[in-house]
Each structure stands twice: as C-alpha cells, then as structure tokens.
Ligand binder design. Structure first.
Ligand code: ADP
Length: 499
C-alpha cells in the first residue's frame, strides 16, 4: 500500500455538506448538480459526505431507512428535527440529513419563491435556520454519534454556518465556503439579528455587515477557513468590481485563502454511448450516428432537414446568460443556413423574443419554453454546436455536456467557460487540441463574429470531425475535482491539528 493510500484509509474524514439544493431531489440550477455529485465523487477519495438539506414537501418520503437524529422545539421559535436516511438501499454512502421544520419548508411553490413569483419574505430566516443547525451538528454531533471534520457550506443559503460555528466553538472542525454564484448574497435587514441569533459584535466590516444589512454570503466569506469557487478563472474575476458584485473587496482581502475547483459532470448520466433519452447512441469513433439525432431533433421541431449546422441552447433565459445577444445575431445565423433549437425559461422578454423569432422563421428557429431534462439530452445529442454567450459563468455545465456529446461549444471567454473550452485558434488547431470557440467581449458583434468562425469550421468536415473527437475525449468527469477537494480538506485538517 502506498503512503498516500494508507493516509487516506487512516483518515476517512467526514464532511457535512450544507446546501439548499441537491440533484436529483430538488434542483433549480447547477448548484444542485454539484452538491448531488459530491458525495459519491468524494467517497472515491476516501471521504464520507453527509448532505444537510431542508425537508421540502415530498422529500421525507424519498428516504430509505429514515431515522431521527436530532430534534428541538425551538429552532428560531419553531419545532424542528433532522431525519437521516439514504436515497437508495444499495447506496453505501452515509446519505442525507433532512431538516424537517414544517413552518419553514413545508410549503407549496418553488423552494425560494412564493406563488406571486417573489422571494418568500422569510427566506433569510429559513436558510439561517439551516446554517444554524449545520453549526450545531459540527459542534455537538448527532445522536447517531456522527460529527464532521469539515463543514462545507454552499452559496448564501449556507453562508452563515461558518459564523455560527465560530460563535458556538469550532472544536477542530474546519470550514469551507463555496461560491457557486455571487449574484445571490442573502441580504437581510439588520433588525433580524436578534431573531437569527447573530452576534451584534460582528455586525461590522470584518463580519457579516454589508452596507447596513446582514449578508449571509459575506458572513461565510469572512469566517470560513477556506473559500472556493467553481473555476480558476472565476477566482480572478471575482476580485474585480466588474464581477465581484460588491464583494470584490472581501474577495481580495481573503485572496490567500481562496481557490478554484472546476465542477465535473456525471459521466453515467451524460454519456452518448448509453443515453436512453436519445434515438441513436454514438461515441467518438461512431460519430456518423450522431447525424440521426440531428435529423430527429430537426424533425421533432419541424425545422427544415438540411446540411446546415444546427445550433442548440439549454439555459435559464436570463441576462446573465447573454441570450439577448443571440436574439440580435439570429437573423445572420438564419441567413447563413443555420438552424437553432432553444430550451429554457426565465425572463418574459427573452421568452417572448425567442417565441417571436421562431414564429418568423419556423423552418430555422424553434423554442421550447420550460424545463425538460430528456429534451435537453436530445438537444446535446442533436446539435452541432451549443451556444453559451454568458456575461458571467462561474463554471457552467452545459458546455461540458456539449463537449461530451460532440456538439462543439461556442462560449464567451469568462469563468469556467474559459477554463473548459479550448478555442480553435491557429495554434490550437495545429496542435490538435481545439474543442470549440471562445469569444470576447460579450457583445453582439463578437458573438456574431464567433458564429461566423463556427460556420467556417463547419465547412471543413475533416477538421470538424477531429474537433468533435477531441471534444468528446476532453475530461469533464468528477475525478480530478474530487481529488482537489480531498486535498483541500486534508490540508485544512492538517492545519487544525497543528493549532
Ligand atoms: P446555472 O446554474 O447558472 O443555471 P449551469 O450551466 O451551471 O447554469 O447549470 C444549469 C443546469 O440546468 C444544467 O444542468 C442544464 O442542463 C440545466 N438546464 C437549464 N435550463 C434547462 C431547461 N430548460 N431544461 C432542462 N435543463 C435545463
């Protein structure tokens, strides 16, 4: 046995991962995919992960062998318990911890929004409760004698956990705060401090105060032992006013305790060789079979069956994603014989924009407004190119699915998009490493030029094929990222032992 393996076995460290989403149970975006993938990815590195998640409606019924491991009649004034269990009998992982606090989480509607489409007014309290309990578990442990070595908080919903733990006493537990998207910061009025049991003494620039309010994300950034975000490029971007959304100063302050670890994708779910959602399965050596999926997708959306490239978009339709720029360049794309299928939902003006564009060009543009996992697979399998013109993108998953499915990604040069797609410039083509196209700045002109470059590449079938093969072999799984998280946890444990 090597020294490293021995160390791994000896440690078998425990991680409490805390988040508001967990795929496949509850998902609004990439956060869920990451939090859902971490337990098994880290198990392969010898780490045991339990995920603390609110018990939204229906979730408790999904648990196999549920067991109450903590309860209280006063979690911020409401009754609460934690139910431990697994999703699946065969799952060897220690599994889920559901925070069952009915007054906070047993409500119909979205997990963040009421029926009126606005944030639940008590969101700060709901997620402060989640964070408070995370700290309690880290400090005191659960009744099944489980206590973590690492508390890993994801996004603002778990941001107060490191602060609560500091207040309660860390007892050797190290904390990691991961930023998946800095646009959401969990602001709350200062008057809530008492109700949330936050220490007045930390309501200042060195604590959780942000322009006179409580900021759950800033709390985590100030108090965590280490901060990560989901790509190396986003680390650098976050330290700038253009990307830091008011927290760039905090990021610069904590810069020596901040690193980027790319997300991975689930290679079993995203595998064109085995994908049950697609009509023709294929791999890098059977790329001719991809064409059947392209024609099937065009047929499904009544687009013309042609030789022109089929572009795809699978995305939230919001300003972040830069899809207003695509609307601007759409006439050119259609003029050059391109076709486009869009799957997404979000801002009304963007939804309307794509619906209108489709009705003007029914042979070339189609849109499906909504969320549809199976359709997204058919789009990645059928598209020749996936467009991701985001203004900012902490990591991004869709460009990675695109690589896996040989649908060459055309992306804005930002965040994780810059780190995962290799631009087809002359040098990269010569070296045989190109996997897609990057453009910058994120403007309609630059996007239009990039789409032009994509058409040129598409017009060179041998080169296109080589790029597809390369893209499909590009490593996008979890193994490297899980190793990086494991190494980080190890180093934090080493530090806390030295203290
Ligand atoms: P973000 O988290 O900012 O929305 P990511 O690219 O990190 O962006 O993750 C988005 C995830 O949601 C991906 O798994 C993507 O495939 C999926 N997704 C987004 N919109 C839809 C949709 N309308 N239908 C199906 N899947 C979608």
């Amino acid at each position: 046995m090597t020294g490293r393996k021995h160390k791994k076995a000896e440690r078998a460290g425990r991680v409490l991962s805390v988040a508001s989403e967990f795929a496949p149970l509850v998902k609004t975006g990439g956060l869920a995919d990451v939090v859902g993938a971490l337990p098994s990815a880290l198990a392969a590195e010898g780490w045991q992960v339990r995920t603390l998640l609110p018990a939204y409606p229906g979730l408790l019924d999904r648990l196999v062998s549920p067991k109450v491991v903590w309860s209280s009649d006063d979690l911020f004034g409401v009754e609460a318990r934690i139910v431990a269990g697994k999703l699946d009998k065969s799952d060897g992982a220690p599994g889920l911890l559901l925070l069952d606090a009915q007054q906070f989480f047993a409500r119909e509607g979205s997990i963040y929004l009421g029926k009126d489409g606005r944030d639940w007014p008590d969101n700060p309290t709901r997620f402060a409760a989640l964070s408070f309990i995370a700290a309690e578990i880290a400090h005191a442990g659960l009744s099944d004698r489980w206590r973590p070595d690492i508390l890993h908080a994801h996004d603002w919903q778990a941001g107060l956990a490191p602060t609560y733990l500091k207040q309660r006493g860390t007892r050797g537990v190290a904390t990691v705060m991961t930023i998946h998207n800095i646009a959401f910061q969990g602001l709350a009025p200062a008057t809530l401090m008492g109700r949330l049991r936050l220490p007045q003494s930390r309501f200042n620039r060195d604590g959780f105060e942000f322009w006179g309010k409580i900021s759950a994300l800033k709390a985590g950034l100030m108090d965590a032992d280490w901060i990560t975000t989901v790509s190396p490029t986003y680390v650098d971007e976050l330290a700038t006013p253009a990307f830091g959304m008011g927290l760039d100063g905090v990021i610069r302050l904590r810069g020596d305790r901040f690193s980027g670890i790319l997300n991975g994708v689930d290679l079993n779910v995203w595998n064109p060789r085995k994908d049950r959602s697609i009509a023709y399965r294929y791999g890098p050596r059977k790329l001719d079979d991809k064409r059947g999926n392209t024609d099937a997708l065009a047929g499904e959306f009544k687009l013309e069956i042609s030789e022109g490239p089929l572009f795809g978009v699978v995305s939230r339709l919001t300003r972040q994603k830069g899809l207003d720029l695509l609307l601007d360049t759409l006439p050119e794309l259609v003029e050059r014989g391109g076709r486009l299928v869009v799957l997404g939902s979000g801002d009304a003006d963007l939804e309307e924009g794509f619906v209108e564009a489709a009705s003007r060009n029914p042979d070339h543009v189609a849109v499906h407004i909504g969320y549809d996992e199976a359709l997204s697979h058919r789009i990645f399998a059928g598209a020749d190119c996936i467009l991701v013109p985001s203004r900012f993108e902490p990591c991004g998953l869709t460009q990675m699915y695109a690589l896996r499915y040989g649908a060459l990604p055309l992306v804005a040069r930002t965040g994780g998009l810059a780190d995962t797609v290799i631009d087809a410039n002359d040098a990269a083509i010569k070296a045989g490493v190109a996997t897609g196209i990057q453009f910058s700045p994120t403007t309609a002109e630059a996007l239009s030029a990039a789409i032009g470059r994509m058409f040129d590449l598409y017009g060179k079938p041998a080169l296109w094929r080589r790029m597809q093969e390369r893209a499909m072999k590009h490593p996008v799984g979890w193994s490297e990222s899980a190793k990086a998280y494991a190494a980080l946890y190890e180093s934090l444990l080493d530090e806390s032992e030295l203290l």
